[in-house]
Design a protein around this ligand. Sequence first.
Ligand code: DQA
Length: 147
Amino acid sequence: RTILLINGPNLNLLGTREPHIYGSTTLADVVSQAETQASELGVKLENFQSNHEGAIIDRLHEARGNVDAIVINPGAFTHTSVAIRDAILGVDIPFVELHISNVHTREPFRHHSYFQDKAVAVICGLGTFGYTAAIEFAAKHMKIKDR
Ligand code: DQA
């Protein structure tokens, strides 16, 4: 079983970016913790971060047939990207949508997501613990499709 973790734009700045909202844990910390967790759960973890919409789309296309579940924090593309929505639906891989902050307590433009109606689950407001929760859920509870 393989889980693909995708982080979108500006998440490379995690730990230093608006720490009052996103905390002080870095993306490197999140990824190394996720890797440890995945090996404990006996799953393979692939990790990808990009600030570019097209690069995220290309990575999703590569995942087709190779990945069982996706955990994605699309960053600001959550609120703007029909193209990433179409890509994730196009490759037909079940996914968890994840936000570090509680987007519903923030600006109104963050309340809409192009992913929420298609996600198996949406996690927000748990801080970086959301990644741990999402990976555990993906590893233990998401159905594997025949391929
Ligand atoms: C975010 C929330 C988005 O609104 C924002 O654009 C981000 C991060 C989060 O993890 O809380 O970049 O997805």
